[in-house]
Design a protein around this ligand. Structure first.
Ligand code: GLC
Length: 516
């Protein structure tokens, strides 16, 4: 069925620099990813079993923001390989039933992009208006907009170009000038980039800062930080939805493709607008789990509100982390990794796993002399831990970021043959999910549960499953109106146990039980 792959499948984000190096330069590459595809899905329950991957940018880039500063949208940076390597990766992924999303970065380019070089060359250049240029005001930048990176004082979103005497806008680094999304030629140029990848066979896009793009034409100042009502003039303008509708039309010209938007909107009431009338991006990311302390009530509240707000056509998604955030096992504590995984993989919606999450990778402390990211995100981007070999099997060279100190114990090879490992738990739940209409597509209903426990029922085609998650370090229990059989538990040895009108949960235990 059209769309079922992205609604029912499990997604996995790969940060290409850190997955697998194939040529010994210490940086991961596309050929390395291809080599490791069997870990992701070899068609058997020995593999993780994901149906789609999202690749963070691998385009030509000066790497000021490690690929989120694009210099050529249609080519692979030599550090990652070639377009042939990409085609090969795509073919090998598809052969295994893995769909591939590429990262589209439409808000800004690199300052080395030929478009910006032209735009900057003179006030009369035909590409001048492809970026946002403005005269300074009162001896300073055109307005008070702030960029995302850098210390508070230095964060003006504007940089003066002395040659032309005007400022240009950049919501990230000065080396990432913002495109002017009011300009129809810019819109057409990005359409062509999308077609380039769709024609090559990619299954869709993860769209970077999809809620930004369009900024106030009049460049009005934002209200002060603590003003009560705070409409911002540089993020989340209504006009951004027009662009999402345009992209949806473009995607719909192709067969069964999709896009998921990075939409960092906090309020679910605002986030839901990004589904439009089933005529915008297929899904905006729901990042709310990333902002929660480890409390059952908090997660439950998000899920319930989201379920309540979503119109029938809108399909939810959930994620615990990504390349911009502290890793889930670090934030929630390693002993909660299984309960977190069970929740992610059994809620109604598409789960996004971040590479390494399946083996419990944690943030790696980076010594000052090895810091490379402008925004402190190195700890969650360290190399994938494959085995106990030097550099965790990631590279035979010097890895671009340090390898975790625990990599000799925490790695794929060590966990593969251990039925009690976190990786085995992920595999068990993912493969169970594939075979379960209730988990893939069924309805969701919360259950009454004591404080510290999150419990719910998923149901479809006569299959009824209960999920109970104990967020606490002490035992708890949930009462049931009926009997149930445990299908999977984070505590080994309980599978098959009969539950009579109550579920006893050990500390930090989660389980799935079949009702009736
Ligand atoms: C997004 C990306 C982040 C990047 C930024 C600028 O938030 O996820 O990694 O630095 O956009 O492109």
């Amino acid at each position: 069925m059209t769309g079922s792959w992205w609604r029912e499948g499990v997604f996995y984000q790969i940060y290409p620099r850190s997955f697998q190096d194939s040529n010994g330069d210490g940086v991961g590459d596309l050929a390395g990813i291809t080599r490791r595809l069997d870990h992701l899905n070899d068609g058997s329950a020995r593999s993780l079993g994901v149906q789609a991957i999202w690749l963070s940018p691998f385009y030509r880039s000066p790497m000021k923001d490690f690929g989120y500063d694009v210099f050529d949208y249609r080519d692979v940076d030599p550090i990652f390989g070639t377009l042939d390597d990409f085609d090969h990766l795509l073919e090998e992924a598809h052969r295994r039933g893995i769909r591939v999303l590429v990262d589209l970065v439409p808000n800004h380019t690199s300052d080395q992009h030929p478009w910006f070089i032209a735009s900057r060359s003179s006030r009369n250049d035909p590409k001048r208006d492809w970026y946002v240029w403005a005269d300074g005001r009162n001896g300073g930048p055109p307005n008070n907009w702030r960029a995302v990176f850098g210390s508070a004082e230095k964060r003006a979103a504007w940089t003066l170009d002395p040659a032309s005497g005007q400022y240009y806008l950049h919501h990230f680094l000065p080396q990432q000038p913002d495109l002017n999304w009011w300009n129809e030629e810019v819109r057409r140029a990005i359409d062509e980039v999308m077609r380039f990848w769709l024609d090559r066979g990619v299954d869709g896009f993860r769209i970077d800062v999809a809620h930004s793009l369009v900024k106030d034409k009049l460049l009005r100042n934002n209200p002060r930080l603590f003003a009560k009502r705070r409409p911002r003039h540089n993020w989340e303008l209504d006009e951004v939805h027009e662009i999402h509708r345009r992209w949806r039309r473009l995607l719909d010209e192709y067969d069964d493709r999709m896009a998921v938007g990075e939409v960092s909107t906090r309020k679910l009431s605002d986030l839901v607008r990004y589904y439009g009338n089933d005529d915008e991006l297929h899904m905006p990311f729901n990042f709310n789990f990333l902002r929660q302390p480890w409390k059952a009530e908090r997660f439950r509240a998000i899920v319930e509100e989201w379920e309540r707000r979503l119109p029938a056509h809108a399909w939810p998604d959930y994620t615990l982390t990504n390349h911009d955030r502290s890793r889930a096992a670090t934030r929630y504590g390693p002993r909660n990794a299984r309960v977190a995984a069970l929740m992610l993989l059994t809620l109604r919606g598409t789960p996004f796993i971040y590479y390494g999450e399946e083996i419990g990778m944690t943030d790696v402390p980076i010594p000052p002399e090895r810091i490379v990211d402008v925004d402190g995100r190195d700890p969650e981007r360290t190399p994938m831990q494959w085995d106990a070999a030097p550099n965790a099997g990631f590279t035979i060279g010097r890895p671009w970021l340090p390898i975790a100190a625990d990599a000799e114990q925490v790695n794929v090879a060590a966990q593969r043959d251990d039925p009690a490992s976190l990786f085995s738990f992920y595999r068990r739940v993912i493969w169970l999910r594939h075979g379960s209409p209730a988990l893939r597509a069924g309805s969701y209903r919360s259950l009454r549960a004591p404080r510290g426990v999150f419990a719910y029922i998923r149901e479809a085609d006569g299959e009824r499953l209960m999920v109970a998650l104990n967020f606490l370090d002490r035992p708890s229990s949930v009462s049931l109106d009926e009997n149930a059989d445990i299908v999977v538990s984070t505590s080994d040895g309980r599978t098959g146990d009969r539950l009579e009108h109550a579920v006893e949960l050990g500390p930090n235990e989660g389980l799935i039980a079949k009702l009736g």
